[in-house]
Design a protein around this ligand. Structure first.
Ligand SMILES: [Fe+2]
Length: 140
């Protein structure tokens, strides 16, 4: 249920990894989703969609690059597997954008669902693994 002024997506401890730069970037995704819902609620569907896709594409490029460099820096052994999930997500976002641009309205809902499931599966499980690795090493 979308209510005015209320965040649809809430930041919570399950999303927090304890790595400040990365937590901040993950919070940005939560904000992007909330901004999208806000704009949608104001009735600006096309603007909301355009901005959402634009920002999401830029976000994944920048954030994934940062995260992969971070994992490389800490010597995280599962980097390659993790990187592949990033590549897949980027590809899916691009495909949804293309579908939306060619007039498929469903692609917008699917892209939002994709971003939400990313938050609650990738960040809470996959990203948590490198945070746990850091903890094991006594670095976090
Ligand atoms: Fe990741």
């Amino acid at each position: 249920m979308v209510k005015h002024g209320i965040s649809v997506v809430q930041w919570g401890p399950e999303l927090e990894l304890g790595i400040p730069e990365i937590d901040e970037q993950h919070r940005r995704l939560v904000e992007m989703l909330n901004e999208f819902y806000r704009e949608l609620e104001e009735g600006h569907k096309h603007e909301a969609a355009r901005r959402f896709f634009e920002e999401l594409e830029q976000y994944v490029n920048e954030h994934f690059t940062y995260e992969e460099a971070f994992m490389r820096k800490i010597g995280f052994p599962e980097l390659e597997r993790h990187r592949k999930t990033h590549e897949l997500f980027k590809k899916l976002v691009k495909e949804e954008l293309k579908r939306y641009e060619s007039g498929d309205e469903k692609a917008l809902r699917e892209a939002v669902a994709l971003a939400l499931s990313w938050l609650y599966t990738h960040i809470t499980r996959t990203d948590r693994k490198y945070a746990e690795y850091l903890k094991e090493k006594g670095l976090l």
